[in-house]
Ligand binder design. Structure first.
Ligand code: HSE
Length: 330
């Protein structure tokens, strides 16, 4: 079974179609500074698209993967297949079969939750094909099977916001205890992806090997508590001040070329806060308006360029819907 099983109520995130569905699952930014493995949010774009249909034979078949040359179509290796199989088992239809096409629309190893998006799209597609009755919490649990295969550990800080949308706090993984936090209307997120690859499993090993001092943990506890309070009160200044990570950021910063300069450029351009998105190398920054967000993105890309690194950017509001149907390929 995936996660805590049925909690009642259908997911409602998919338009049910008789034999064929298309599901879009958004990119996510996780950790959000102090919240290693416990905080994440959904972006409007980019994201992955899965097309799925029922097939006569049991099991999962992946017919094609576009947008990522390094990913194969073995359903036991590709996270979209692993998550889809978990959903079939969870729904009690392991004797049925699905045919999937995965269209990667975001870079791999970018810190944007690529494996989570593929996993969510695969599990959600199965839920839609076999009854549209996969509750969101169960969907998170099924997608976590794929995420764990990719990163070596089942952390829900990308999968949960990908499914639920918004900003999500993961209070516990076993059993899953997910809390959707308020998103201030003015909040804008800037994601800048430098063109270097960081493998999540490697970046997690760096953290796992490290010994931390109690003072580092205390600093992060204070910042997480303040961050949650700031979202509830709409205090963007406090929110930005709380984007500070004494635990993981210092270990991973060397994986991001020009990290200190890019972060400083973001803050100088008016960012509320800036840190590493997930395991990197993308950096996120928050802003309190569209115009500041655009200026922050410009400054961050210029700083990466000064370090000799090209980059892409994604700027906009937090995605409050999470994964859902998509009728036209974007
Ligand atoms: N919380 C995870 C990490 C996210 O930082 O390793 C990986 O995308």
């Amino acid at each position: 079974m995936c996660g805590t099983g049925y909690q009642g109520g259908a997911s409602g995130i998919i338009d049910r179609m008789p034999e064929r569905v298309r599901v879009f699952a958004p990119a996510t930014a996780s950790n959000l500074g102090p919240g290693f493995d416990v905080l994440g949010l959904a972006l409007e774009r980019p994201g992955d698209l899965v097309e799925a249909e029922i097939r006569d034979e049991p099991g999962v078949e992946i017919t094609e993967v576009t947008g990522a040359d390094s990913l194969g179509t073995d359903p036991n290796e590709n996270v979209v297949g692993i998550a889809a199989r978990a959903a079939l088992e969870h729904l009690g239809v392991a004797d049925r079969g699905v045919r999937l096409a995965l269209h990667k629309q975001m870079p791999l190893g970018s810190g944007l939750g690529s494996s989570a998006a593929s996993s969510v799209a695969g599990a959600a597609a199965v839920g839609a094909l076999f009854g549209d009755t996969l509750p969101k919490e169960a969907l998170v649990g099924c997608a976590l099977r794929g995420e764990a295969a990719a990163s070596g550990a089942p952390h829900a800080d990308n999968v949960a916001p990908c499914v639920l949308g918004g900003i999500v706090l993961i209070r516990g993984n076993d059993p899953l205890d997910l809390i959707r936090l308020p998103v201030p209307d003015a909040l804008r997120i800037v994601l800048v992806h430098p063109h270097v690859e960081v493998l999540t499993a490697e970046a997690r090993r760096l953290v796992a090997q490290h010994r931390f001092a109690i003072g580092q943990a205390v600093a992060n506890l204070g910042n997480i508590a303040a961050l949650v309070h700031a979202l509830h009160t709409g205090d963007l200044e406090l929110f930005g001040r709380s984007i500070s990570d004494a635990l993981v950021e210092p270990i991973r910063a060397p994986l991001v070329p020009g990290f200190a300069e890019v972060r400083q450029a973001a803050l100088d351009a008016g960012a509320l806060g800036c840190s590493i998105s997930g395991s990197g190398p993308s950096l996120f920054a928050f802003a309190g308006s569209d115009s500041t967000a655009a200026a922050v993105a410009d400054a961050m890309q210029a700083a990466f360029a000064a370090s000799g690194v090209a980059s892409d950017r994604y700027v906009g509001p937090v995605n409050r819907r999470g994964a859902g149907p998509q009728r036209e390929r974007s």
